[in-house]
Write a protein that binds this ligand. Structure first.
Ligand SMILES: Nc1nc2c(c(=O)[nH]1)N[C@H]1C(S)=C(S)[C@@H](COP(=O)(O)OP(=O)(O)OC[C@H]3O[C@@H](n4cnc5c(=O)[nH]c(N)nc54)[C@H](O)[C@@H]3O)O[C@H]1N2
Ligand SMILES: Nc1nc2c(c(=O)[nH]1)N[C@H]1C(S)=C(S)[C@@H](COP(=O)(O)OP(=O)(O)OC[C@H]3O[C@@H](n4cnc5c(=O)[nH]c(N)nc54)[C@H](O)[C@@H]3O)O[C@H]1N2
Ligand SMILES: [Mo]
Length: 696
């Protein structure tokens, strides 16, 4: 069967080329088999090298998700109290007319009044078109508040940008040739499977794999070494590694002299971090630090490539930005960038030539300068009254591609905000999520099988195209179409509100990517150097790897990276003596897929992993319900006594739907709205709790 270009409704099965839309570094190329207008199967595209014909367990079930009996198929209007999730069916026209009238009434109160309206979206789809193709145009024209999209990667992104100049780094395929791979803050088997395939090739060719993660993850199980440091102590570990590289002279002096900025300053700082000092902070042994430094430093003399795969797991703590700056500095010390299989990769998204201005049209702001709201503090911000400092209270919220009631920190505040009777909330969704329960209007959106899109990736360097494989189910419409029609109801007449989805897809890359190649193959590899920083040429202001950042110093911050302790640093004698992290569950994608029964059956139920010593001290047994609590709230779930947890740290896995949890809560009941050192990111993994027996 040849993959074809259009959805077929005849009975002959055909295959349609698409892209996985989910928030995952892998961004797979997908083939959907369609027969009689029905998508009967999705599979990985064997012609796409990174996907290599294999999808993850979750996305292999994509047809189960698309044809789920609970898919939203009609616009709905709230009839019960806020949050009760009671709706009645209404027509598209009535819904859009009423929404436009409400938004119009707010906006018409004065020149800046539309700031009381806030869009809230993240990466439910990573598509550039269904993400913020048409919606951004709509909100720009309206003059709504801008949203700072920080919930995932802000600290790490800023750390990379200050050090390397952008979200840039190694190309993922070359990890296969590395001789040492540090997998740092990443459970690759769960959340970056197609990278793990390259790591396995390297392993078979003799590479050593080291996993640096407080949790003994599935990935840690399969590495040669696992360094289970305390959450939020990665900066201290990186500094101690530098200390060892310096004192043993395992350095590439030539690379340091030619391609870095601020080496003398960083050198003095690192010399303050002996392995003994760091071991105490990190809760690991001095020997583990020395041995890791030996392995990394050995690559200078052997001239073998050492590669670091960071992931966002390590930057969800107060010092996340500084930790990423320190780790991103390491390759320059040993000259690892000289090899195509050396260096570091956290995100590749900055390497894509996306024409954001063409898609999002900030010019439609026409001189307006709306305030910016940080999505990570939505709990507090929904509860803030109008003030000179804040501006108007938030009166209307339009949520798409996100499930904030489940995923945002400090849920009690988030829920209280969404429950406000004087807040007008519109949610575009596939399902009646926790957030959808609070909607005044709930609008049915199409899934990836039903709409056009174009993708970049944050884990590889291929652009992808997604064609619709089937016609939209029920009355569902693409996000783009919903905003196009809303624009019409608002009376917006700019021609850009008439651009159709294929036209938007063409605009995303303009001439920078061959659109015919995308149409033909479904993907196009960016033309990039194999070893981008072998000769320096970092996209920083100085062109060097910036150990010292003038830009940060100009903001009054430390120009040099340092270890920044957690807001809620581990202390075994504190009121809340356990550090809790809440990493993703393997069979969910954040809070997506939690309602897909076959996947939920694999995950079972919300669990808290705890080390045997901590459990014994509290008289807890596997399988019993426990209370996880702190000053922000109580979360009840079952405890699993597990070697995956280190002493002092508990792991609350996955972002479950609240309504599927024991008391209608999930792990974010106890997380805080404290922010990171750089980038204003959330600190989900910087959270102290106590755990106790459930009240009888
Ligand atoms: N199956 C699956 N895949 C996913 C996701 C999912 O929910 N499920 N989520 C997607 C998303 S949104 C993202 S952002 C990406 C990346 O997703 P990430 O959230 O970065 O996911 P992981 O790769 O699981 O990395 C988290 C790892 O970091 C560890 N960790 C926690 N705190 C620390 C710390 O302080 N230091 C260190 N060194 N490690 C720490 C955790 O134990 C965990 O193993 O993956 C995506 N892929
Ligand atoms: N405690 C804790 N909390 C976390 C994390 C953690 O590790 N621990 N991880 C954080 C991270 S890394 C992230 S990225 C965020 C993720 O938070 P979100 O971006 O909110 O991700 P999801 O929970 O997957 O919710 C996405 C929603 O978008 C919907 N959706 C998908 N495609 C479309 C579409 O085309 N149109 C419309 N209208 N809707 C669509 C899906 O049905 C889903 O309900 O969560 C964060 N929250
Ligand atoms: Mo994320």
């Amino acid at each position: 069967m040849n993959p074809t270009s259009s959805p077929l409704s005849d009975a002959t099965p055909s295959q349609v080329l698409g892209a996985c839309p989910h928030d995952c570094p892998d961004t797979c190329s997908m083939l959907t088999t369609v027969a009689g207008g029905i998508a009967i199967k999705v599979q990985g595209n064997p012609a796409h090298p990174h996907t290599d014909g294999a999808l993850c367990t979750k996305v292999s079930r994509y047809t189960e998700r698309t044809y789920h009996p609970e898919r939203l198929l009609h616009p709905l209007k709230r009839v019960g109290p806020k949050g009760a999730g009671q709706f009645e069916r209404v027509s598209w026209d009535d819904a859009l007319q009423d929404i436009a009238a409400k938004l119009g009434a707010i906006a018409s109160r004065g020149p800046d009044a539309a700031q009381a309206i806030l869009p809230y979206s993240y990466a439910g789809t990573m598509g550039l078109i269904q993400g913020d193709g048409m919606s951004a145009r709509f909100f720009h024209k309206l003059g709504a508040s801008l949203l700072e999209r920080t919930i995932c990667a802000a600290a790490g992104g800023e750390g990379l940008t200050q050090t390397l100049g952008g979200k840039v780094g190694m190309r993922v395929e070359f990890f296969a040739e590395a001789k040492l791979i540090l997998i740092w803050g990443s459970n690759s088997i769960a959340s970056n499977l197609h990278f793990w395939r390259y790591a396995q090739v390297a392993k078979r060719n003799g590479a050593k794999l080291v996993c640096i993660d407080p949790r003994r993850s599935e990935t840690a199980d399969k590495c040669h070494e696992h360094i289970a440091l305390l959450p939020g102590t990665d900066g201290a570990l990186a500094l101690a590694l530098m200390h060892e590289l310096i004192t043993n002279d395992w350095l590439d002096h030539d690379y340091l002299a030619q391609h870095t900025l601020g080496w003398d300053l960083l050198r003095s700082r690192a010399l303050q971090w002996s392995p003994e000092r760091a071991a105490l902070v990190c809760g690991i042994s001095v020997e583990q630090i020395r041995s890791l430094a030996r392995d990394y430093g050995a690559c200078v003399a052997s001239r073998e490539p050492a590669a670091i795969r960071m992931n966002y797991g390590l930057q969800r703590v107060h010092g996340g930005g500084n930790a990423v700056r320190l780790i991103a500095s390491l390759p320059a010390l040993i000259g690892a960038w000289r090899h195509r299989a050396g260096g570091v990769l956290l995100s590749s998204s900055g390497m894509f030539p996306v024409n954001k201005a063409a898609l999002q049209r900030p010019d439609l702001l026409a001189g307006k300068t709306p305030r910016t709201i940080n999505m990570s503090t939505i709990g507090d911000d929904l509860l803030r009254p109008a003030s000179a400092e804040f501006g108007p209270a938030i009166e209307a919220l339009i949520v798409y591609n996100s499930n904030p009631v489940a995923v945002a920190p400090e849920s009690a505040k988030v829920v209280q905000g969404f429950a406000r009777d004087d807040l007008f909330t519109v949610v575009l969704e596939h399902f009646q999520t926790d957030t959808a329960d609070y909607a005044d209007y709930l609008l049915p959106a199409t899934t990836q099988l039903e709409h056009w899109d174009v993708h970049s990736s944050y884990g590889h360097t291929d652009a992808l195209l997604n064609r619709p494989a089937i016609t939209p189910l029920g009355e569902a419409k693409p996000n783009t179409q919903i905003f196009r029609e809303l624009a019409q109801h608002m009376g917006y007449t700019e021609p850009c509100f008439a651009d159709d989805d294929p036209a938007l897809c063409r605009m995303a890359y303009g001439d920078a990517v061959d659109f015919d190649e995308l149409l033909d193959k479904g993907f196009a590899t960016l033309k990039l150097a194999q070893a981008p920083f072998a000769q320096g040429n970092f996209p920083t202001p100085s062109g060097q790897c910036e150990f010292f950042s003038d830009r940060l110093a100009a903001q009054g911050l430390d120009g040099l990276p340092d270890h920044v302790a957690n807001h809620e640093a581990f202390n075994s004698s504190a009121t809340y003596p356990l550090a809790m992290i809440s990493p993703p569950a393997r069979n969910f994608l954040n809070s997506s897929f939690v309602n897909v029964k076959s996947l939920r059956d694999i995950e079972g139920e919300p669990l808290l992993e705890m080390h045997a010593t901590d459990a014994a001290a509290r008289g807890l047994h596997s399988g019993e319900v426990v209370r996880v609590f702190n000053q922000r709230g109580v979360y009840r779930c079952k405890v699993a006594i597990s070697q995956r947890a280190r002493p002092g740290v508990v792991n609350g896995l996955g972002v479950w739907w609240r309504k599927l949890g024991l008391d209608g809560t999930n792990v974010n009941q106890v997380t805080s709205q404290n922010l990171t050192d750089l980038g204003h990111g959330p600190t989900f993994y910087d959270c102290l709790v106590q755990v106790g027996k459930d009240a009888p």
